[in-house]
Design a protein around this ligand. Structure first.
Ligand code: TRP
Length: 457
């Protein structure tokens, strides 16, 4: 193939570095903030089951597919796709889904940056002693106060975007590698501490039942789609973000093994977050379907109740901030790389991405205050109560990522030749490969298309 020797792309120094960077991209607000509140809004265990199933059967194979496409292409998603399509006698217009991916990443970043801003705000509140003597009502009003303050939200959102841009502008190695190796284990340890606290002080039994004993009457096409969407979101698949990491992965590294490590770490963090949050929810009579504020209302109560809570709370939100930063990097990186390939400069690309996501983020900021009662698509049945924030997040989960996943599955399973994929994976045409190919060629298209159709009509 000889497609890499003269690659302009800077590679990771080792497999560990790749795994940690990919873990950094995968683990983020999606695990700690989004997964629990989505599970809560969708009735708990049934959602969790579908999420786990979707993760293994659909999202993980797509993750592998993205790494394959990215490493073979050794370029930004639009270039990686069009280059390999042409090489296989297909249209160079495969670039177009890649370009949509860049835009979609900025849309994800629009709400991601706002929620990361809440994290920053909480880190500071924790440090200034606001997690002491806090009860459920206090925690709720603390969150409501933040949501009511547009300047405060804008300030932290802007701060988060500036931090992410600074890291992206510095390039891959310098920024990512070191931070993540410390950050993820630290976040995991603090989550374990919270689970232990929840075991002692919270309603753990109730939480475990809620999260793991499914009530299958809760299974609806909409819920299944939401759970699958979360399975895509949490692994960062569907819009080419993982391709970018693939592009930086050294050629001799096993993609299957590296992917397995990433997926295991990601799932562990999400489940730990659920086990930390729901016991607090039930012990304090809070509503599990309380929505996007769930994490920010429950954890401060836990910190208020534990020794050194102020310090631990501050540390927790600090590590969550780092986790969000390493995910944000993966959302900006494709645009930065694409601009740089076109000779328009990495800096310019990063800046354009930052400004676009900041502006789009205003829609999320206002969804929690001045536009809380503005429902832009209210004229469509089923959308009567959806704010911009809800429309953007559900649009990403249930439309953008599934369609992106379909295209990626198509590309890896039907555009790239079997041999090309085998070479890239570095495996034999054995059972593992056949299973993966079956997931990519059959399972993903059938399930995702069926869900899209059922949910749209
Ligand atoms: N997976 C990250 C999280 O769970 C978010 C994320 C990063 C993402 N890059 C992405 C989601 C690309 C979708 C697509 O926090």
């Amino acid at each position: 193939m000889g497609h890499k020797t003269s690659s302009p792309i800077e590679k990771f120094s080792s497999r560990l570095a790749f795994v940690m960077a990919a873990v950094g991209a995968a683990v983020g607000l999606g695990n700690v903030w989004k997964f629990p509140y989505m599970a809560g809004e969708n009735g708990g265990a049934a959602f969790v089951m579908v999420y786990l199933l979707g993760l293994v059967v659909i999202s993980a194979p797509i993750f592998v597919a993205e790494v394959v496409i990215g490493r073979r292409g050794a370029a930004s998603p639009p270039e990686a796709l069009s280059k390999q399509a042409v090489e296989h006698g297909r249209s160079r217009h495969w670039r177009i889904p890649g370009l949509f991916g860049l835009v979609a990443a900025l849309l994800v970043m629009s709400f991601y940056s706002v929620v990361a801003g809440w994290t920053l705000d909480y880190m500071v509140s924790g440090a200034s002693g606001q997690f002491t003597n806090l009860d459920a009502a206090g925690a709720e009003s603390q969150f409501a106060t933040l949501q009511a303050s547009v300047p405060r939200l804008l300030f932290w959102q802007g701060g988060f975007i500036l931090m992410s841009l600074a890291i992206v502008a510095l390039g891959v190695r310098a920024g990512i590698e070191r931070a993540v190796t410390i950050m993820t284990p630290a976040l995991g340890l603090l989550l374990i501490a919270l689970v232990v606290y929840a075991l002692i002080e919270g309603a753990m039994a109730e939480a475990v039942t809620y999260l793991f004993a499914p009530d299958f009457s809760k299974l609806t096409p909409k819920m299944v789609m939401a759970a699958l969407g979360q399975a895509f979101f949490t692994l960062s698949v569907g819009i080419g973000g993982v391709m970018m990491f693939g592009a930086y992965l050294p050629n001799n590294t096993s993609i299957f093994q590296a992917s397995l490590l990433v997926i295991a770490a990601d799932t562990a963090v999400a489940l730990l977050a659920g086990l930390a949050i729901f016991p607090i929810v039930f012990a304090n009579g809070l509503d599990p379907s309380g929505g996007p504020g769930l994490l920010f209302v429950t954890l401060p109560i836990a910190f208020a109740g534990m020794p050194f809570g102020g310090l631990l709370g501050t540390l927790f939100f600090f590590f969550l901030l780092l986790a969000a930063l390493t995910s944000a990097i993966s959302l900006y990186e494709p645009t930065a790389a694409w601009f740089s390939e076109r000779g328009m400069g990495r800096m310019t690309g990063t800046l354009v991405a930052g400004i676009a996501s900041w502006l789009l983020g205003l829609l999320t900021v206002f969804s929690f205050n001045i536009w809380a009662d503005f429902h832009p698509l209210a004229f469509i049945p089923g959308f009567e109560d959806k704010t911009f924030f809800t429309l953007i997040t559900t649009g990403i989960d249930t439309l953008v990522l599934p369609i992106g996943a379909l295209l990626i599955a198509w590309f890896a399973g039907r555009v790239l030749s079997r041999q090309a994929v085998l070479d890239e994976l570095g495996v034999k045409d054995g059972p593992l490969f056949k299973l993966w190919l079956f997931a990519i060629r059959r399972v993903t298209p059938v399930v995702v298309l069926a869900l899209l159709v059922v949910n749209l009509v």
